[in-house]
Design a protein around this ligand. Structure first.
Ligand code: CU
Length: 137
């Protein structure tokens, strides 16, 4: 087999493996989040982005200095579907509570979701994507 064909075959195999592993595993590092700490935030959903590779929730949180907008990263829709989420599980205006690993460089700007309490009291996790919450509401 020529080196070129071997290279192409390797590239195709790699792409296939990445395609399989991608949705199940984090496709980027978690180092942007302070994974040693989890914090509780509560606020009002301003946007729910049901998108690949990550679902995002924009949350308006009232703090001492005023209202802060948090961007909370979640797993992807496929993973979240399997743990009870739906594309419309939250909507703008919903009041939710979250346990997150805060962003290292901007702790009041966002984080990685561990757990979310819905307005009706249901608790959703992040599908194992980020690990379990160590604190709870
Ligand atoms: Cu990612």
């Amino acid at each position: 087999m020529s080196t070129l064909i071997r290279g192409v075959r390797y590239a195709i195999l790699s792409a296939a493996l990445m395609g399989l592993a991608g949705p199940a595993l984090a496709h980027h590092s978690f180092s942007m989040f302070d994974n040693e700490h989890q914090t509780k935030i509560e606020g009002t959903v301003t946007k729910f982005e049901w998108t690949n590779p990550h679902v995002y929730i924009q949350l308006a949180v009232s703090e001492a200095g005023g209202v802060k907008n948090y961007t909370v990263e979640c797993a992807n829709p496929g993973i979240l579907n399997r743990v009870g989420w739906k594309f419309n599980v939250v909507k703008p205006g919903d009041k939710v509570k979250m346990v997150v690993a805060p962003l290292r460089d901007n702790p009041t700007g966002g984080g990685l979701l561990h757990e979310m309490v819905l307005p009706d009291g249901r608790v959703l996790n992040n599908g194992g994507f980020a690990g379990a919450a160590t604190i709870h509401y």
